[in-house]
Design a protein around this ligand. Structure first.
Ligand code: IPD
Ligand code: CA
Ligand code: CA
Length: 262
C-alpha cells in the first residue's frame, strides 16, 4: 500500500467513529492541557493511537509527529520519512458546538515537505486528498482554489486562536482585518485550509500554527493551485521551527501579505 492509499483508508475507516462520538457527546471524556480552553478528548487520543499503531505496522521505520503526548517533538531527521498527524483539529468545536467544524489530518512528509496528505471532515462525510504533483481531490473529484483577485472581496479565515495569540493578530493583521471583504474564524485550521483548497474561502492566516495543523492542509492548497508561506513570504516548511502561516489562492498572496505588519 502506498502512503496516499494508507491515508485514504485511515480517514475512511475512522470517519464513522468520529461522527458517532460527535453526535452523542453525553459521556465524552474531556480533559484540559495548557489551560481551560485547550481541550483533549478520548476521541483525540483514540484516533492518534489508531494511526500510530497502523503506521507502526505498515511503515515500521518511519518517524511520527503527532499533537498528543510523547509524539509531539519534531523528528530527529527533518528530511527523513515522517508522518504528521492532528487526530482532531477543532477539538473545542467537537466538544461544544452544533456544527461539525473539526477534521482529522494526516500527512506523509519526506525531504521536509508533505508528499501525500489527507483531511477527513467526518461531519460532512468529506475526504480531501493530495499527492505532490498530482493535484488535490474532494471525495474523488478534482478541486481548485478560488479566482478572487481583489483583497476587498476576499473571504479570509483569520484564526484568532488562543488568548496568547490574539494581540499579535489584532496588531499585525489590523489592516488585513479591516481591508478584506469577509472575516471568518472557524476555530479549526484544517477546516479553513480545506475551504481554501476547495475555493470556498480565499485565504487563511494564523500567528503561531503547529506542523500537525497545516502539514496536510498546506499540500491540499498547493495542489489545488494556491500558495502557503510564512507571514512575510518565506517558504513554509513543516519542520522549520517557524510559526506564522499565510495561505491563499495564490492570486491574493502578495495583496494579503502586504496587509500584515512585519
Ligand atoms: C487548533 C485549531 C485552531 C487554531 C489553534 C489550534 P486543535 O487546533 O486549529 O483553529 O487556532 O492554534 O491549536 O487544538 O483544535 O487541534
Ligand atoms: Ca490542531
Ligand atoms: Ca488537535
Amino acid at each position: 500500500m502506498n502512503e496516499l492509499d494508507f491515508i485514504q483508508a485511515f480517514l475512511q475507516e475512522n470517519a464513522a467513529y468520529a461522527r458517532e462520538k460527535f453526535s452523542d457527546r453525553s459521556g465524552l471524556t474531556v480533559t484540559t492541557k495548557t489551560d481551560a480552553t485547550d481541550m483533549l478528548t478520548e476521541v483525540d487520543l483514540t484516533l492518534q493511537k489508531r494511526a500510530v499503531d497502523a503506521i507502526r505496522e505498515q511503515f515500521p521505520n518511519d518517524a511520527i509527529l503527532a499533537e498528543e503526548g510523547e509524539y509531539s517533538t519534531l523528528p530527529a531527521d527533518p528530511h527523513g520519512r515522517c508522518w504528521v498527524m492532528d487526530p482532531i483539529d477543532g477539538t473545542s468545536n467537537f466538544v461544544r458546538g452544533r456544527f461539525p467544524l473539526f477534521g482529522i489530518s494526516l500527512a506523509f512528509a519526506e525531504g521536509g515537505r508533505a508528499q501525500a496528505g489527507g483531511v477527513g471532515l467526518p461531519g460532512n462525510e468529506d475526504i480531501f486528498l493530495a499527492q505532490r504533483g498530482q493535484g488535490a481531490t474532494l471525495n474523488g473529484h478534482r478541486i481548485t482554489v478560488s479566482e478572487t483577485r481583489d483583497t476587498g472581496l476576499a473571504r479570509v479565515d483569520v484564526d484568532f486562536s488562543t488568548r496568547g495569540d490574539r494581540q499579535a493578530m489584532l496588531t499585525r493583521a489590523a489592516p488585513l482585518i479591516s481591508g478584506i471583504g469577509q472575516v471568518r474564524c472557524h476555530g479549526s485550521a484544517v477546516v479553513a485550509l480545506c475551504e481554501v483548497a476547495a475555493g470556498d474561502a480565499d485565504g487563511y492566516v494564523h500567528m503561531t500554527l503547529n506542523p500537525w495543523d497545516y502539514a496536510a492542509g498546506q499540500l491540499l492548497v498547493e495542489e489545488a493551485g494556491g500558495q502557503a508561506t510564512r507571514l512575510q513570504g518565506e517558504p513554509l516548511g513543516i519542520f522549520d521551527g517557524g510559526k506564522g502561516v499565510l495561505v491563499t489562492n495564490g492570486a491574493l498572496h502578495a495583496g494579503l501579505m502586504n496587509l500584515i505588519q512585519a
